[in-house]
Design a protein around this ligand. Structure first.
Ligand SMILES: C[S@@+](CC[C@H](N)C(=O)[O-])C[C@H]1O[C@@H](n2cnc3c(N)ncnc32)[C@H](O)[C@@H]1O
Length: 425
């Protein structure tokens, strides 16, 4: 079946024409501000042509021909995350809170995880999982850059371990793998690659993911199901399947920019002919009943080091490495890529601080403000000839944390992870 033909299951002829026209328009882009690093006024002073997102707090639309934000210093220093404007509505409507235990089941490269972590003010915990190890490593890269500490990044097929986490999570994001029609404008290949068989194949995967995720949700908990597909089969039909096989309840969502399927009003579509984005579908689901706190917390075990911990209580040591968590989970058979913040490597009575910790920590005993020229050189992997007392020093640029480097009295040795070296334009 042809793509526009199959949309007739819920869109009228006129709506299909409008959608078709909108798919010929240029893509829309947005950023999510990290207010821990940069205030709104500062952002708007630097990029005065940003426009507020119609719904999402701290979200801004931008024109890629005006601002090449992916290559800016402020992006590298974790001041914002670049995210597709309709994708940003998903975690925003789920609204995770500071003390929540959240699961982002299909999390890579981490857009919704990062947004949830920002909404939670780096408190509580999010298990950010992806079945693909390579893709899960992309979550780690984004989490470090953005200074996120309340994440456990994992690489699992949850269907194999789901019984260990039955009714465990307060909130769950299921941003399911899909046929990807909401990516047509961004990536022409997606359109060439689209087939109705693919839609049907993903529908089956989505049905098993949503039912499994519901099993992991606490009584009284909330879950969001989303895809970047326009297909009824991958959206409303998957929700129908959940409703037929559980006691799930759909929560109402209202906004003039949302499109609701008139025949089957489950969830909402963010169509590019109505909403300034590439296209998304989402549905908020609740498990009936009252939430009970079922988390099993570990005991607090402080080490003798004097560490700025941003109010986090839990220290975990794996081999020589020290990690810090706000909410420590008793994690059964998970392949863990990162649990909380990597503080550094313990070497005799010293800690060799990690770049992740530099981005996360709110303050540090020794700080040094560097110039733009020095920042550029540091990012190229060079050491800096600066007289500074011996020891570890947090390098800052415009009060933004760059890295924790080590001074020998005359030189600040470069400790930036090699993979992050780059030239700024
Ligand atoms: C739409 S993408 C997720 C995008 C991500 N939520 C974000 O906002 O950046 C879907 C992801 O699901 C992952 N995936 C596919 N099957 C999965 C499964 N059974 N369990 C967990 N992740 C899965 C894919 O590797 C892919 O990274």
């Amino acid at each position: 079946m042809e793509f526009f033909e199959h949309l007739k299951s819920y869109l009228s002829e006129e709506e299909i024409i409008l959608l078709k026209e909108s798919l010929e328009q240029p893509s829309k882009h947005a950023l999510l501000l990290n207010t821990e690093k940069m205030e709104e006024d500062t952002l708007l002073n630097i990029y005065p042509l940003l426009k507020k997102h119609p719904l999402v707090k701290n979200g801004y639309l931008y024109d890629k021909n005006v601002y090449d934000l992916g290559r800016s210093i402020y992006h590298e220093l974790g001041c914002f995350y670049l995210q597709e404007p309709s994708a940003m509505v998903v975690a925003y409507l789920l609204n995770p809170e500071e003390n929540d235990t959240v699961l982002d089941l299909c999390a890579a490269p981490g857009g919704k995880t990062i947004q949830a972590s920002l909404l939670m003010n780096n408190k509580g915990v999010i298990v950010a999982n992806d079945i693909s190890k390579n893709r899960a490593l992309a979550i780690l890269e984004n989490a470090e850059r953005m200074g996120r500490g309340n994440l456990v990044i994992t690489n699992n097929d949850f269907s194999l371990i789901s019984d260990n986490y039955h009714t465990y999570f307060d909130k769950i994001i299921v941003d399911a793998p899909c046929s990807g029609s909401g990516m047509f404008r961004k990536n022409n290949l997606m359109e060439k690659d689209w087939s109705y068989q693919k839609v049907l194949k993903y529908r089956e995967i989505q049905k098993s993911l949503i039912l499994m995720a519901y099993h992991l949700l606490k009584v009284g908990g909330t879950m969001v199901y989303s895809t970047c597909s326009f297909s009824f089969e991958e959206n409303e039909e998957v929700i129908s399947y959940l409703l037929d096989n559980s006691d799930a309840e759909i929560l109402p969502l209202n906004h003039p920019l949302f499109y609701v399927n008139k025949k089957c009003p489950y969830g909402v579509h963010l169509l590019p002919c109505i909403f300034p984005g590439e296209g998304h579908y989402l549905c908020l689901i609740k498990k009936k009943g009252v939430t009970k706190n079922q988390n099993r917390l570990l005991n607090k075990s402080k080490l003798s080091f004097n560490i700025v911990d941003n109010g986090y209580s839990f220290f975990t040591q794996y081999g020589p490495y020290l990690y810090l968590q706000d909410k420590a989970l008793n994690l059964k058979p998970l392949n863990i890529i990162r649990n909380g913040v990597k503080v550094g490597k313990i070497d005799k009575n010293e800690i060799r601080y990690d770049y992740h910790y530099a981005r996360f920590v709110k303050d540090f005993p020794n700080k040094l403000a560097i110039s733009e020229e020095q920042l550029r050189r540091y990012y190229l992997g060079e050491s800096l000839d600066i007289n500074f007392p011996k020891g570890y020093v947090l390098l800052t640029y415009q009060n933004l944390h760059v890295d924790i480097a080590k001074s020998d009295g005359r030189t600040i040795k470069n400790r930036l992870p090699k993979g992050l070296r780059k030239k700024f334009y």
